[in-house]
Design a protein around this ligand. Structure first.
Ligand SMILES: Nc1ncnc2c1ncn2[C@@H]1O[C@H](COP(=O)(O)OP(=O)(O)O)[C@@H](O)[C@H]1O
Ligand SMILES: O=C(CO)[C@H](O)[C@H](O)COP(=O)(O)O
Length: 543
């Protein structure tokens, strides 16, 4: 019997899973919320600018140092039988390190410097830099930008590097290497300095054929090109290969053996496709957590406007992986939960259920549209298909009698409408959606949400019986790196998570949602671009 370890670094916590390579059975798991959480309001007493989302890299090491010894002790598995280890991580979560791979924020004199900290994937401090990259690429008629949906997100690597260049040159001066936090964990485990093709391909303007797009960086300035060449660029290891074995130091520290192979990191949402066994065209997988990623696979590369990118071999070696997404989904529902009246909080406490469950119960039997509410789900900007992180959410149709559960449901529905916009974009550009899969931390917890998605999308939705698909995907890559399987596809089919249930559309609800979606589409177009100035002028007064 052999085993592999999958470690899923989500937005709020790290999760370590020890699984059987034969069938993906979870033998032991450990979930560690990040000690410092997400640093977004203030850092050591200093107020942070709006849109900042930072993390402390030491928290990521705690996941390793606590989680791996825990699963070994609990399972009593012989470390010699653990053939591989895989890492999935949010992205682009950018870390700046010195030549010893130590985070700059650990260095004396940098403790209070926000730009020395990890820029979490949803950090929105590099809007101006993203706009400059986009406008320069458009002016230079860079056709390859179509592989990134003809947009540049401030959530990506290069704008975040430019932000540090512009706002904190002292951090850059002290920095030896820049990378995705997922690459950093792999490098800490193997004492190397490599990069994964998945992270670079989706978030760093790197393509296998041409490498980094210095043709664009040079147009910004020579410093940017030099920083990418000297600090970001490094040997690349493709998904499906091994990045190398555990270092002796880490093997001893964690209780593993130096024979354990380590896979290059995969982006968390992308890892879910492996975890659920989606490995062919025509399948749209929604990875629903803090955010949602909508992933598809194709034999061809198409320039689909408004999606986040397409990369060959980023998930399944011989296919192009496509990513689109919504920056606030679980975050948006949490926002609604946090606005619940005290009476609801007390009722949920008395009954020992979550506020989510109480709100779902109170609104689950209502007809679509019965509240008269409709919302735009842009509380953290719009990633796809507008790619504008400065956009803001809104709620229409409020009356003096509107109930809080109706507002909660309006937000559930808004994320479904946003998903329909993305699905239609894929289909309009020749990528037919046959099957819709739902996985991540949310689908298992909210049956009403899945019912809404099936009826808004008018598709059967297959809900996966696991909120840990990314971790299983990482374990699959660990198993392949360790030689338990010859191909990623074989490993995914053997180790994938089971289906929980399937939900079919209900024609009467589909009809009502079609009417609501038309209104959503109009509001989307008006506030997304036709009259975007309304929201932007109000937002211009934000400190
Ligand atoms: N019953 C529920 N219905 C809808 N959303 C939920 C429910 N319970 C928790 N959530 C949301 O799930 C999100 C966490 O999902 P998870 O996949 O664990 O996060 P991560 O993005 O860190 O991987 C939170 O944003 C939370 O608001
Ligand atoms: O942009 C990403 C994937 O490309 C982020 O990794 C993803 O959006 C993070 O979301 P979550 O916290 O829900 O896993």
């Amino acid at each position: 019997m052999t085993y592999s370890i999958g470690i899923d670094y989500g937005t709020g916590s790290g999760r370590v899973f020890l699984v059987q390579t034969e069938n993906g059975k979870i033998i032991s798991q450990y979930i560690k919320p990040y000690t410092h959480g997400t640093i977004d309001e203030e850092l050591n007493g200093q107020k942070l600018p709006h849109g900042f989302s930072l993390q402390n890299a030491n928290d990521y090491l705690e996941v390793l140092e606590e989680g791996i010894p825990h699963v070994l002790k609990e399972s009593k598995v012989n470390p010699n039988e653990i053939v591989g280890l895989g890492i999935d991580f949010t992205s682009s979560t950018v870390i700046f390190v010195d030549k010893d791979m130590n985070p700059i924020h650990n260095k004396s004199g940098f403790e209070d410097n926000p730009h020395a900290y990890v820029k979490l994937w949803k950090h929105h401090g590099a809007e101006a830099e993203a706009d400059l990259l986009y406008n320069t690429a458009i002016k230079q008629k860079k056709r390859w930008l179509g592989n990134y949906g003809y947009n540049v997100s401030s959530e990506w690597m290069i704008p975040k590097i430019m932000e540090v260049m512009n706002k904190a040159p002292e951090v850059l001066e002290a920095t030896y290497a820049i990378m995705d936090a997922g690459d950093w964990i792999v490098n800490k485990l193997t004492s190397q300095n490599i990069r994964s093709n998945c992270g670079l391909g989706f978030k760093s303007f790197w393509e296998e054929e041409n490498g980094f797009h210095y043709d664009l960086f040079d147009k910004i300035n020579q410093t940017l090109s030099d920083v990418v060449r000297n600090k970001l660029e490094a040997p690349i290891v493709n998904i499906g290969n091994t990045a190398g074995r555990l270092s002796d130091e880490m093997a001893n520290k964690l209780g593993l053996t130096a024979n354990t192979q380590v896979s290059p990191f995969i982006i968390d949402a992308h890892s879910s496709l492996l975890g659920i066994g989606s490995e062919r065209e025509g399948q749209m997988t929604m990875v629903m957590g803090t955010s949602t990623c909508h992933l598809m696979l194709s034999k061809e590369q198409k320039k689909v406007p408004g999606i986040s990118g397409s990369v060959k071999g980023a998930i399944i070696p011989e296919l192009f992986a496509y990513e689109a997404g919504q920056s606030a989904v679980g975050d948006l529902f949490e926002y609604a939960v946090n606005q619940a009246p005290k009476s609801y909080i007390d009722e949920a406490d008395e009954r020992g259920i979550s506020i989510h469950q109480l709100l779902e119960e109170k609104t689950t039997n209502k007809l679509p549209g019965s509240s008269g509410l409709i919302a735009l789900d842009w509380h953290n900007g719009n990633r796809s298909v507008l790619s504008d992180s400065s956009l803001r959410g809104s709620l229409f149709g409020l009356t003096l009698h509107t109930k809080h559960e109706d507002i909660y449901r309006a937000y559930l529905e808004a994320t479904a409408f946003g998903t329909k916009m993305i699905m239609q974009q894929y289909e309009d550009w020749g990528m037919h959606v046959e099957d819709v899969f739902a996985c991540g931390g949310i689908p298992k917890r909210n049956k009403l949400l899945m019912d809404i998605y099936a009826n808004v999308l008018n598709k059967k939705v297959t809900v996966i019986d696991s909120e840990y698909a990314p971790a299983i995907g990482a374990a699959i890559l660990g198993a392949v790196a360790g030689g338990a399987y010859k191909t990623v596809k074989d490993a995914a089919q053997a180790m994938k998570e089971p289906v929980l249930y399937e939900i079919e559309p209900d024609p009467s609800k589909v009809e009502r949602y079609a009417l609501l979606f038309n209104s959503y589409k109009e509001l989307h177009d008006i506030h997304g671009y036709k009259k975007a100035r309304i929201m932007k002028s109000v937002a211009s007064l934000v400190e």
